[in-house]
Design a protein around this ligand. Structure first.
Ligand code: HBI
Length: 368
């Protein structure tokens, strides 16, 4: 459905890192791709993000301040904390000051403050929740927002939404999308497997290394080296595994390397909200072997574009690795084109925002 009139959209980025540094993880690519998708559909987008942020082709205004601690390292009973001079507070103060000309604000931060501030804003605020349930405090503020305005909260996948309980059952699930023109289909792979993601315990790298140690295949790991001691520990536990670290690459270089791989391993220990790297692999024609857990389990078509493995079963990973040649690489690319292109994502996001947007009702004059 195409909107008769175009929207002025204000996107608020994650406060854990500047756009383009990789510190924001998947949500950096998500914000960039949704901004691109909405601009291609004739809407106007401006982004507010931490100092140092860059996002080509998108108007970004940056604010200084102390970065927010990442929520997934805080534990379920963690209190909500704001450091001195919080960039999160500065971003939302800027949004408050600049909100008037916009039809909608879209929040990409997985933080308490944006959800709490929503009813204080004159412009409607929509939230794209970028991770599964992590803490009581975040669950509470997200579920209260759903009670107040169910249309305003969107997730990436059903399994991610379900981690917050059944009160999310009517919420929109957007999947995700990538610019497929940046990903080249590779017909003939080399004898190498790939693992891509922030190198952090919730990503379960140890299982992928255990599986390649048992199959003898070569594995390259690409992504932000967030916890070097975790990397060293995994390497020490499986000294015989043929594993190398390929660094944190920008999309262009990553897709070149990733595309040549025979298969892609996804071994998340947490419920991955989506797993952008899953569709990046498919876009290059690389079959995906993933635990049947979270986002990837709703993306991979078992036996067609990869194999789904019982969670935490390394022997299941080993079997899938040994059967990877049964998957047709062209089918992988075709699924990415059908479901995960920028236009496909744009269609889903526009439909969602239509439901949140409301014609700016004439506001009374100071009525209580
Ligand atoms: N933690 N506090 C906080 N805020 C975020 O926006 C955030 C985070 N941790 C991880 C994260 N965002 C992204 O890497 C994921 O949402 C993809």
């Amino acid at each position: 459905m195409r909107m008769s009139n175009s929207l002025d959209l204000l996107f608020l980025s994650t406060p854990v890192g500047a756009l383009g540094t990789g510190l924001g993880g998947g949500v950096e690519l998500t914000l960039k791709n949704i901004a691109q998708a909405m601009q291609e559909r004739g809407h106007r987008v401006r982004v507010i993000a931490p100092e140092g942020s860059q996002c080509e082709g998108i108007a970004v205004s940056t604010v200084p301040g102390t970065l927010q601690v990442t929520a997934q390292t805080q534990g379920r009973d963690a209190s909500i904390e704001l450091p001195p001079h919080p960039v999160l507070g500065a971003m939302w103060e800027k949004a408050r000051q600049q909100q008037q000309p916009f039809d909608l604000i879209v929040n990409f931060a997985y933080d308490w403050l944006p959800f709490y501030l929503t009813p204080f804003f004159e412009v409607p605020v929509a939230h794209l929740v970028s991770m599964g349930s992590i803490s009581e405090a975040m669950d509470e503020v997200i579920l209260n927002s759903i009670d107040r305005n169910p249309a305003s909260i969107a997730f990436h996948t059903r399994s991610q939404a379900e981690t917050f309980g059944e009160r999310t059952r009517n919420c929109t699930c957007l999947g995700n999308g990538i610019d497929l023109s940046l990903y080249d289909f590779c017909e003939t792979p080399v004898d190498r497997w790939a693992w891509v993601g922030r190198i952090a315990p919730e990503k379960g790298l140890e299982d992928a290394v255990a599986a390649v140690a048992r199959t003898g295949v070569a594995l390259t790991v690409w992504g932000k080296m967030q916890f070097p001691e975790y990397w060293e520990d995994v390497r020490r536990r499986y000294p015989e595994a043929k594993v190398e670290y390929g660094g944190f690459l920008p999309t262009q270089a990553l897709q070149e390397q990733l595309g040549r791989c025979r298969g892609f391993l996804m071994t998340p220990k947490w419920v991955e909200a989506f797993g952008n790297v899953t569709i990046e692999a498919l876009a290059c024609g690389v079959p995906v072997v993933a635990y049947r857990r979270g986002g990837p389990s709703e993306i991979v078509r078992d036996g067609e574009t990869g194999w789904l493995v019982e969670p935490d079963r390394v022997d299941g990973l080993v079997q899938a690795i040994q059967q990877i040649d049964k998957i047709d690489r062209r089918t992988c690319r075709r699924q990415a084109e059908a479901e995960f292109s920028i236009p496909a994502l744009g269609e889903r996001v526009e439909t969602w925002l239509c439901r949140v947007w409301e014609p700016r009702r004439h506001r009374g004059h100071g009525q209580l």
